[in-house]
Design a protein around this ligand. Sequence first.
Ligand code: SAM
Length: 205
Amino acid sequence: MDRCSRQEPRMTAEFRLDLALIHHPVVNRSGEIIGSAVTNLDLHDIARAGKTFGVRNYWVVTPYPLQQELADSIVRHWTDGYGGRVNSDRAKALSLIKISPSFEAVLEAMTEQDGCRPKIVATSAAAQEKRISYHELRQDIVAERKPVLILLGTAWGLAPSVMELADAVLPPILGPGPFNHLSVRSAASIILDRLLGCRESTDQL
Ligand code: SAM
């Protein structure tokens, strides 16, 4: 087996699954390319969901130094600082967070760590081409065929240039009606549960 496929049996409830929350490039309501601000809630809630479902690294991607400092100070507080001392569970979750200046830098770091490029899977509230089902991606992750990087957007979604780099896109989460404005936090939790949540039955999505 090449370096990329896992050699040793899995000793922890953790997969070679990384998440990246992209703050640039994303699009605004008019479809223009913008950068969005890091929000405290996105760090906490997606880190807690990631820890729950076996995510290895949660990359917070922003090119702005002040935003990187903000994210770093939040993570430090809740891991090494007072927050981490009074709430060790929260410290475990936020310890997943790594701050990166770009999507490309995340790809580089993962490739270095795993010895191969990850399978890049984007997400969107709108149906896209290159669709991969939750069932198929779940098989990929659990079988450890290749490391997987799931991309989450902010603002009005991932920029087209990021979508183009993705190997596949998960189907949008849809409700029964036309309203479709989930927060990225809610979407991340639903996606992770569909991929790796324990199921009573072998229902396929
Ligand atoms: N209209 C945007 C889009 O199509 O992605 C929604 C942006 S939403 C505020 C930010 C991010 O949350 C999206 O980039 C995506 O990662 C995730 N997201 C939001 N709604 C989603 C949905 N219904 N299905 C899948 N992902 C969703």
